[in-house]
Design a protein around this ligand. Structure first.
Ligand SMILES: Nc1nc2c(ncn2[C@@H]2O[C@H](COP(=O)(O)OP(=O)(O)OP(=O)(O)O)[C@@H](O)[C@H]2O)c(=O)[nH]1
Length: 642
């Protein structure tokens, strides 16, 4: 259990934690000199019987509110401190509002400095506190009187907290590991250490993790939880990680960054779709207002885009989008607080719904309906029941949806999510690390559209052998990722609904034909092309060799290429289909032998000049058989020429 203090400056938070735990959480020299907390401080008292309890002591001064917000990230229990002499003060109210916005609903109130007041005053302040709590998630929380000076009531408060910690059921770790970094330092002999609260999942020594936003990979060399060496830590724990790896240094990471499991690595997010709530008593906020956003441990600047109107009224809720100046990491259900750009006023906050909003159509009814479904899902709290939004997506998205991005957003496992989709009657197409989910009807409709497009192509281009797969994909559904389209086409070929001819596909009944004149030319030209296998004569050389007109040859060979007898590897340079198949096999063998394909190795194998070898490799890239990576290539579609 991690208890976070809250309350107005000088109400006795630090003194109380010291009384309760014997630990002084004010570490900084300046804090000591000024008698003021600036940075969050931590205390982990020794507990008997495996009970775990940690304290985060936050500053009360209004100027350090961003530190209070950072300290409150990851806290699960609140200790609201109110001094009996002052009573409720501005930061008592503001901290309480922030804790509500962060979704904290468990905790108690310590009425401190009771040595300074009489019984009547104590009762009066207790009543004021009860009234203040009444319409917050902490309504009805116990109010315990204590004095850090006389010690009165401290034992009773400790008993309450210790019992609460002992009876709290440990939440099982869910999802992939995420940790919000609140401190970064280097320790001689150890190296880089980051500390923070684990928001989800678990981490073990020697795990590989990612730094966000730096994107660097790191190994967990050492691990401490709640200030003790450990092999493993999990959701809810205060964790210190000793990280190592290429590029891992003090400069690569700072407070507010995240350490996440590989599976959560995202292209960095700058726009987050959210459910917003504006506090009562603050000015209304207009669309595109500049704001400060506190998310996890970070403070970011940006704009507030309203998705359901031009103005958000005090006390109201609305769907919106945070458009941030810097990239962030966030998942469904993360809470955030918004403040005015001057950082003086807490305006409201909300819940992250979708970290990957579409560029267009953000206010379309189906998009808003999707966000509303996610709002309900997030409101019910983790573990999230994703079935209702998934069901909705299956019903309403004829082009399917990206299941990997959706799983990442919900910090769920993509394989488990695939099983959920299948249980809901949907289908998932998997290709090259992508997973796209469709309803059965949507999938059938898409396949029918592919066949229709192909039929139209055949009618328009009767002499063509078929349509190149990539082109068919772009023609039919440009918004779908190409690997997914190719996978759909492969399934149709498998079922016999399509026939495959190298990179082309055609309806099985389609028969392309050559004109008689072209057929006659082909008979004359084929021997010339065949004789020179890897280096066939170009159109001009054929014209000389066969004593024919160049334009005639070009048109006949183009017609033959449409039929799949030849491939135009570059302008005016045609190769027999068999030769292309042979070269494809050579590439495959080279890849098997060397891991990657180098142009020089290919040139040596086919015995041509370097320039021609490169032209041929570029042809294979173009048709999607190979992919170029720097100076090398790898096979993308091994089955294309089999
Ligand atoms: N008389 C009396 N004084 C107290 C009590 N608790 C704290 N104080 C005094 O109040 C002052 C502020 O106490 P802190 O514990 O630093 O207050 P704080 O809430 O942690 O302050 P910030 O963290 O800066 O917001 C100090 O001078 C304490 O000695 C108490 O129970 N009785």
């Amino acid at each position: 259990m991690i208890v976070g203090t809250a309350g107005h400056v000088d109400h006795g938070k630090t003194a109380l934690i010291q009384q309760l735990t014997g630990i002084d959480t004010d570490r900084l020299k300046e804090e000591k000199a000024r008698g003021l907390t600036i940075e969050p401080g931590f205390a982990y008292p020794e507990m008997a019987g495996g009970v775990e309890l940690g304290f985060v002591d936050v500053p009360g001064h209004a100027r350090f509110l961003h530190h209070m917000l950072a300290g409150s990230a990851g806290v699960d229990t609140v200790l609201l401190v109110v001094a009996a002499d002052d009573g409720i003060m501005p930061q008592t109210v503001e901290h309480l509002q922030i804790l509500s916005l962060l979704g904290l609903d468990r905790g108690l109130v310590a009425l401190t400095k009771i040595d300074r007041v009489d019984a009547i005053r104590r009762r009066q302040v207790r009543e004021e506190i009860a009234a203040l709590l009444s319409d917050t998630p902490l309504a009805g929380a116990p109010i315990v009187e204590a004095s850090s000076h006389s010690g009165e009531g401290v034992e009773a408060l400790r008993d309450r907290l210790w019992t609460l910690a002992a009876t709290q059921r440990a939440t099982p770790a869910q999802g992939h590991f995420r940790l919000a970094v609140d401190r970064v330092f280097t320790k001689s002999g150890t190296g880089l250490v980051v500390t923070g609260t684990a928001f989800a999942g678990d981490v073990s020594r020697n795990d590989e993790v990612r730094l966000v936003p730096a994107g660097l990979k790191a190994r967990v060399r050492g691990l401490r939880r709640q200030h003790r060496d450990s092999e493993r830590a999990q959701q809810g724990d205060r964790v210190a990680l000793n990280l190592a790896g290429p590029g891992i240094s003090r400069e690569a990471i700072q407070r507010g960054d995240w350490i996440v499991a590989e599976a959560l690595e995202t292209p960095l997010l700058r726009r987050l779709d959210v459910q917003l709530h504006l506090l009562e008593g603050v000015p209304a906020v207009k669309h595109w207002a500049p704001i400060h956003v506190h998310l996890g441990v970070s403070r970011l600047s940006g704009r507030l885009s309203l998705l359901e109107g031009q103005r958000l009224a005090p006390g109201a809720n609305m769907l919106g989008q945070l458009v941030l100046d810097e990239p962030v990491h966030a998942c469904l259900g993360d809470r955030f607080v918004i403040r005015d750009p001057g950082g003086r006023l807490t305006l409201g906050g909300g819940v992250v719904l979708d970290g990957d909003p579409p560029r267009r159509g953000q206010r379309r009814p189906e998009r808003l309906a999707w966000l509303s479904a996610l709002t309900e899902c997030a409101a019910a709290g983790p573990p999230f029941d994703l079935d209702p939004p998934l069901r909705q997506a299956l019903e309403r998205r004829p082009d399917g949806f990206d299941l990997v991005a959706m799983a990442r957003n919900a910090n769920a496992d993509a394989a488990e999510m695939t099983a959920r989709i299948e249980a809901l009657g949907g289908r998932v197409v998997t290709a090259q690390g992508q997973r796209r989910a469709f309803s059965q009807e949507a999938l059938a409709a898409l396949q029918a559209r592919l066949l229709d497009t192909l039929a139209a192509n055949h009618e328009r281009e009767p002499s063509m052998l078929g349509t190149e797969r990539g082109r068919l994909a772009r023609q039919t559904m440009p918004e779908l990722p190409e690997p997914v389209c190719r996978e759909l086409l492969a399934a149709l070929v498998e079922r016999g609904a399509l026939s495959a001819h190298g990179p082309f596909v055609a309806l099985p009944e389609h028969r392309a034909a050559l004109s008689e004149a072209d057929e006659a030319l082909w008979q004359r030209l084929e021997p010339f092309i065949d004789a020179a296998s890897f280096q066939p004569p170009r159109v001009r050389d054929l014209a000389i060799a066969a004593d024919l007109d160049e334009a005639l040859i070009r048109s006949a060979l183009t017609a033959c290429a449409r039929l799949g007898r030849l491939y135009q590897v570059r302008r005016d340079h045609f190769y027999l289909a068999e030769t292309v198949t042979e070269m494809a096999a050579i590439l495959q063998a080279l890849e098997q032998q060397h891991g990657r394909i180098r142009a020089a190795a290919f040139r040596d194998r086919i015995g041509t000049g370097r320039k021609l070898a490169i032209h041929i490799l570029e042809f294979f890239d173009r048709v999607g058989y190979t992919r170029r990576i720097g100076d090398e290539r790898e096979i993308r579609q091994a089955g294309m020429w089999q």
